[in-house]
Design a protein around this ligand. Structure first.
Ligand code: 5GP
Ligand code: ZN
Length: 117
């Protein structure tokens, strides 16, 4: 599919674009964000292309559980579980989604404001 051919995160999955990978499961890949917004900033993506949160349905439940549980495992591994961390799924332009392949941000290692900007 054209979209998946050109999608930057699909290219990372296919190793056509380099990324600092940290973990993977059967369906999920985790790598460090190229422009970190916190001392720990990891992205978790499904290996198969899903454009945005608007495309999710109940059938994605196990995949989403895999993403969240891998994120919480990585939070422990990165030792930000005690101080706290944030999982963010920006969906759509007003929320700041800039890559049209769903990605869960794992952010931690600093104090964070609420509400987010
Ligand atoms: P969004 O704004 O869509 O929620 O988040 C996209 C994130 O992907 C940003 O934090 C941005 O720094 C990161 N990003 C964009 N392109 C690349 C890339 O090629 N490699 C990596 N590792 N991160 C990327
Ligand atoms: Zn993609």
């Amino acid at each position: 599919m054209e979209l998946e051919q050109s999608c930057i995160f699909c290219k990372i999955v296919r190793q056509e674009v380099p990324a600092k990978r940290i973990a993977e499961t059967e369906n999920v890949l985790a790598f460090f964000d190229i422009n970190p917004a916190a001392p720990t900033h990891i992205l978790l993506i499904p290996k198969l292309h899903i454009a945005s949160g608007n495309d999710l349905n109940l059938a994605h439940g196990p995949l989403l559980a895999e993403m969240i549980l891998l994120a919480t495992d990585l939070a422990k591994q990165q030792q930000i579980d005690g101080t706290g961390f944030r999982l963010v799924l920006n969906t759509g332009p007003a929320a700041g989604q800039s890559v049209d392949h769903i990605h869960l941000h794992l952010l931690g290692g600093r104090e964070m404001g609420w509400p987010p900007g």
